[in-house]
Ligand binder design. Structure first.
Ligand code: SF4
Length: 301
């Protein structure tokens, strides 16, 4: 291969052979493969990164918060309702100066707690102790034997009772008469009263302050009768007499004792409720049977 062709191949391969200048001549030609000194690749310019901030030294950990001791049972939780336990009633509101329940101002107007039957009946019929006197037709004192061994206490007069001035008339009253007959008692043998002596408008529930105002009449009736047993009829009566908010369903089926005389008391459903829920009549029959049994037992003693 002649020299020109060889140099051409090398050139295409990117190898440029040194060629002696024609004007240079020192008598000895250089090797054609002698490469110019390779330029060392330049290192990329060093870039200066901004200095990373040093992590701040950790603040010392706060001391651990001591855990509170386990909670004691809250004193606001209601105490379990135990048999034969009747919580003390909250004091009644302060009566006005001319109130019948206040200590007697004169011999002509005795205090309710000292009234006899006639005085008590007159006081109830003329009572204006709460706003219910404005809407009543009749106050309903109660009816039955004044020496009854069994006293029945309901809630308040309804429309029929308000019209006639007698307790437990109408359909609920007729059912009560049949219930008593089933245990061998006539209405005339027992005394029937209500917590409230006047009808709440629209048959609404009695207000606590109304029951508190009327309380003295019922207590005086109980004191005068001195019954052997009390049968409480319905939720309002039971919760008022036992000073609790426990349901009738949980109160029935056991005996309680009420008042200073510790009179045994049984709870059952109100006859008006039984008219709406006849399936509960069997439970009411159990309650009445327990009352009848106890009356027989106390008779023998
Ligand atoms: S409900 Fe009782 S306190 Fe109220 S007016 Fe009638 S009898 Fe008096």
């Amino acid at each position: 291969m002649d020299e020109q062709r060889r140099l051409s191949y090398l050139a295409r391969m990117g190898v440029h052979a040194w060629q002696p200048r024609t004007d240079e001549h020192d008598g000895a030609a250089a090797s054609p493969l002698e490469m110019p000194p390779a330029v060392p690749p330049q290192a990329p310019p060093a870039t200066l990164e901004p200095a990373r901030p040093r992590p701040a030294p950790r603040a010392p950990e706060p001391p651990p918060v001591p855990m509170p001791p386990p909670c004691a049972p809250s004193s606001s939780e209601p105490a379990p309702f135990t048999e034969r336990t009747v919580a003390p009633r909250a004091p009644a509101p302060e009566p006005p100066a001319d109130d019948l329940f206040a200590p007697a101002a004169s011999a002509a107007v005795p205090a309710v707690a000292t009234m006899d039957w006639e005085q008590l009946a007159r006081a109830v019929h003329g009572c204006r102790g709460c706003a219910l006197h404005e809407t009543r037709q009749h106050s309903v004192f109660g009816s039955g034997a004044r020496n009854a061994r069994l006293m029945l206490i309901g809630e308040a007069p309804g429309a029929d009772e308000d019209r006639q001035g007698e307790p437990f008339v109408g359909r609920a009253g007729q059912l009560l008469t049949r219930m008593l007959a089933a245990i061998g008692l006539a209405r005339e043998e027992v005394f029937i009263a209500n917590v409230l002596k006047c009808r709440p408008p629209g048959n609404r529930d009695p207000h606590p302050e109304e029951m508190a105002r009327c309380e003295g009449y019922l207590q005086r009736q109980i004191a005068l009768i001195e019954p052997t047993l009390i049968l409480s009829l319905g939720r309002i009566s039971a919760q008022h007499l036992l000073n609790t908010d426990v349901s009738v369903g949980r109160l029935r089926g056991r005996w309680f004792e009420v008042g200073d005389a510790r009179i045994p008391l049984r709870v059952t459903y109100h006859p008006a409720y039984l008219l709406r829920s006849p399936a509960q009549k069997a439970k009411s029959w159990e309650d009445l049977s327990a009352v009848a049994r106890r009356l027989r037992e106390t008779e023998r003693k």
